[in-house]
Design a protein around this ligand. Structure first.
Ligand SMILES: *Cc1c(COP(=O)(O)O)cnc(C)c1O
Length: 306
């Protein structure tokens, strides 16, 4: 039994009316850990435990760390999550709530990650948040569910951080004979390492992450995500933080589901100028979810951006 669940795949009447197209939402926000991350992380943790790992280690203070903590609790394997001091109290609480050991170390993610690597023993499995083929295979199962459920979309819209979700979705599209379905890759300004990498034709590193969409905050995308764009149609869309936050709040009002600004970026891309979306009449959006933002926080961001 996989650790993730089959999520609802619904047609949104309100978004379909607004855009004059069929808009379908794959509701990964409904995963028990609150985001799609559980698909890939669950698959990796399952495989590592079967191979003899006795502890899972993560350096993510976001949805990946929470998914590893969830997977460890479900599988009965201890989990260590090392996060930097910048990690919010809410994220720390969510990781502890899943029963994981939490160590707060260093000012930046790089320091926390270095510490996590330094404590790894041979029986530990380090679970990478986005750059790992078994993780992509786990993420790709969402496309199997979409292919089993319904008609082929003309475009798939998703958010990109380090590119793990993108690699999984592209793998799933190829496996289901949907290799000709273009993908719209959404990021926020200040977390747009993928758009910059595609523009340069090679992975480039951002000097810093300045977006509020912290779950998109990889400074550099994985090589595989950049390579995929040479053999699959991928359109990059970069939205403002304000647009991403507004899209999250609108999604809450219209669909009664709370998602992070990282997910709001994909929702906001629906309203952005896009040649792929202009040509599409049926659009599937991966509602990737995310549990680290509260309603109050989104509202505070929204009034700050005004
Ligand atoms: C991790 C995450 C992303 C980005 O996924 P990548 O695999 O890093 O590209 C987007 N949204 C949410 C909510 C996430 O947790």
């Amino acid at each position: 039994m996989p650790l993730h669940i089959q999520t609802p795949y619904i047609r949104s009447q309100v978004a379909s009316r607004r855009l004059g197209k069929d808009v379908l939402f794959k509701l990964e926000a409904m995963q028990p850990s609150g985001s799609f991350k559980l698909r890939g992380v669950g698959a990796v943790c399952d495989a590592r435990r079967a191979a003899g790992s006795r502890r899972f280690v993560s350096s993510s203070g976001g949805n990946a760390g929470i998914a590893v903590a969830y997977a460890g609790r479900e599988l009965g394997v201890p989990v260590l999550v090392v996060v930097p001091e910048s990690t919010s109290a809410r994220a720390r609480d969510l990781i502890r709530l899943e029963g994981a050991e939490l160590i707060v170390h260093g000012a930046s993610w790089a320091e926390a990650n270095m510490f996590a690597q330094s404590v790894l023993s041979p029986h530990d499995a380090f679970v990478h948040p986005f750059d790992e083929p078994e993780l992509w295979q786990g993420h790709s199962t969402m496309i199997d569910e979409m292919a089993a459920a319904g008609p082929k979309p003309d475009a798939v819209v998703l958010a990109v951080g380090g590119g793990g979700l993108l690699c999984g979705v592209l793998e799933g599209l190829a496996r289901n004979g949907w290799g000709d379905v273009p993908v719209v890759a959404a990021e926020t300004q200040g977390a747009d390492c993928y758009a910059r990498s595609i523009a340069q034709g090679r992975p480039v590193e951002l000097p810093a992450i300045t977006s509020v969409a912290t779950s998109l905050g990889a400074k550099r995308p994985c090589d595989a995500a950049v390579e995929w764009a040479t053999r699959h149609t991928v359109e990059n869309i970069v939205v403002s933080d304000a647009a991403a936050v507004a899209a999250s709040l609108r999604f809450l009002d219209e669909h009664r589901i709370l998602v992070e600004p990282a997910c709001g970026a994909a929702l906001a891309a629906l309203d952005a100028a896009s040649t792929v979306l202009a040509a599409a009449s049926r659009i599937a959006v991966i509602v990737c979810g995310g549990v680290t933002a509260t309603v109050e926080y989104l509202q505070a961001l929204s009034s700050r951006e005004r």
